[in-house]
Design a protein around this ligand. Structure first.
Ligand SMILES: N[C@@H](CCC(=O)N[C@@H](CS)C(=O)NCC(=O)O)C(=O)O
Length: 287
């Protein structure tokens, strides 16, 4: 049998989801849009999970975080994790999207995760200093470790992200063009949301059915769009960006997106502030 990746959680329990991710930060539960997306989705989908810190060193076999461990196996990449876990919520009341809605959802998924996300990466490539302050990991490190974080880790990370962005379309744009592209993305999600509580209606749709009989096109796709938007938009709104223009634009032009962030925070992240203060990974979010 081929050997799987080394498990972080050695003493695992059957059917328990272990979410391995970066430790908490002060201004947002995770500085990773993907971790925030996945944890939000787990909460929306009502799946019990236990957070495990990756201690800045445990990465998936793709070289990334977050990832999960389930029944002694590692599953990585948030969209694949969600596909895998979605089967766990079968039998619950499911919200079904129409075929057309599913295709729109797919397009917005790509817009958020493969276009808008680059603005976040670009911002952090320019300045990721906040991660060394109390808004980030400042409270977790002192002395030589804090010095190392600020003087070595942060600049190294900025350089890595700069190289990543340079190899993408975003690397060819002027700052003005970048901001203009981001505004177009923000406008698009603002219009899709309109005055609805969630992107496709009154509830965050977390799961869809597999195939609709009688339709020419069948989607084998689990809806994860609200968690995806929240994970990425929260990074742009709650963490420092390379220009204050972005936050100002959201505040003045798309107040429905701010209400949306607040709605998701209130309902699925009642422990948001507690996390920021204590940096604990085991806070309770449900009574
Ligand atoms: N497509 C992946 C993306 C995950 C990802 O890019 N994670 C980043 C953190 S936000 C990472 O682990 N990067 C590793 C590195 O840069 O060393 C997913 O959805 O899980």
């Amino acid at each position: 049998m081929p050997k799987g990746p080394k498990l972080v959680k050695k003493d695992w329990e059957q059917d328990k989801v272990y979410l391995i991710q970066f430790p908490r930060t002060g201004c947002i539960p995770s500085p990773s849009p993907y971790s925030l997306k996945l944890e939000t989705w787990l909460r929306m989908a009502g799946i019990e999970y236990e957070n495990v810190s990756n201690e800045f060193k445990h990465m998936s076999n793709r070289g990334q975080q977050p990832f999960i461990e389930l029944n002694g196996e590692q599953v990585s990449d948030t969209s694949i994790i969600i596909d895998t876990l979605a089967t766990k919520v079968q039998g619950r009341e499911l919200n079904e999207l129409s075929t057309k809605e599913k295709s729109i959802e797919r397009a917005f998924y790509a817009l958020i995760e493969h276009h808008l996300n680059w603005m976040g990466f670009y911002s952090r490539s320019q300045t990721f200093k906040w991660i060394g302050t109390d808004a980030g990991y400042g409270k977790s490190f002192s002395g030589i470790k804090a010095f190392f974080l600020k003087r070595v880790v942060v600049p190294r990370f900025e350089r890595k992200l700069k190289a990543k962005c340079a190899g993408q379309w975003i690397g060819t744009l002027t700052n003005e063009e970048k901001i203009s592209e981001l505004k177009k993305d923000i406008n698009a999600v603002c219009v899709l949301l309109a005055d609805k509580p969630f992107l496709f209606g009154d509830e965050p749709k977390t799961v869809g059915y597999l195939t609709r009989e009688g339709h020419g096109v069948s989607f084998e796709y689990w809806n994860l769009i609200d968690a995806t938007l929240f994970g990425h938009l929260a990074q742009i709104f709650y963490t420092p960006q390379f220009t204050g223009e972005i936050k100002k634009y959201i505040e003045t032009t798309t107040p429905n997106l701010i209400a949306y962030l607040n709605r998701i925070k209130e309902r699925f992240w009642p422990d948001w502030d507690e996390i920021g203060q204590t940096l604990r990974m085991d806070t309770k979010w449900k009574q």
